[in-house]
Design a protein around this ligand. Sequence first.
Ligand code: NDP
Ligand code: 8X3
Length: 250
Amino acid sequence: MPQIALITGATAGFGKAAAQRFVKEGWNVVLTGRRKDRLDALVTELGGPKRAHALCFDIRDEAATEAALAELPAEFRAITALVNNAGLALGTAPAQESDLNQWKTMIDTNVTGLVTITRLLLDTLIAEKGIIVNLASIASNWPYPGGNVYGATKAFVRQFSLGLRSDLSAKGVRVTSIEPGMAESEFTLVRTGGNQEAYDKLYAGANPLQPEDIAETIYWVASLPKHVNINSVEIMPVSQSWAPFQIFRG
Ligand code: NDP
Ligand code: 8X3
């Protein structure tokens, strides 16, 4: 029987690339996201309903998440890998100029949504001795101007991953926090409200990470022998590194 990976946020970017990678390696996948047309197209691309099953729901909605999981056909229920990838950043303004609704959307999606689906699937993951792969960020580890709430949600994801590790090691469930730096995807269009100029400027000449690079890492941690746990992986493009601390001189 093929192993099953449930990948949240599979309509674009890392999630879509991860779904393609897992299926290429013989796994079957459950794909989630809000854009049904993209989910349906990906199911077809991945080989149809025997290989992939789509669940269309908003991860911020607990009842919808629970109902979607309850609808899973028997052959997609034995989930051995949960890839908590759905997430977003909204805005790059300093805190004092930020929109509170954007902050709440990031918290509801990146924190509450991720925690909810994880809790709903924990019994299954324990029964399967599975793995949870959480998409954190370099923003979990390194603050930057305008990163305020986005970075805080990703710091939560990293710390939640390590806490889950502590609780689940006796159950044989592995947990990994993946912390990517600059990667080219719709992420920047979402963050900037669809600003193509900002997108082009950010990635120009930077040779950023690509979704396939992250999919490779997700698949790698999931496919290691069951006694090996990668706790966290921080990944940047070679072009990205650290800068000196900023000094405000009043
Ligand atoms: P994309 O914008 O390309 O993809 C984001 C995915 O999340 C989409 O499939 C989207 O699906 C899904 N999603 C967003 N909000 C919701 C929601 N409310 N309900 C259900 N699904 C939702 O971004 P990336 O692939 O780049 O990012 C994936 C993850 O990696 C995110 O958690 C992001 O924070 C993180 N990350 C990204 C980095 C980057 O530079 N790109 C670097 C480090 C981490 P849909 O819109 O169809 O619902
Ligand atoms: C995305 C990476 O540096 O834009 O998580 O926060 S960054």
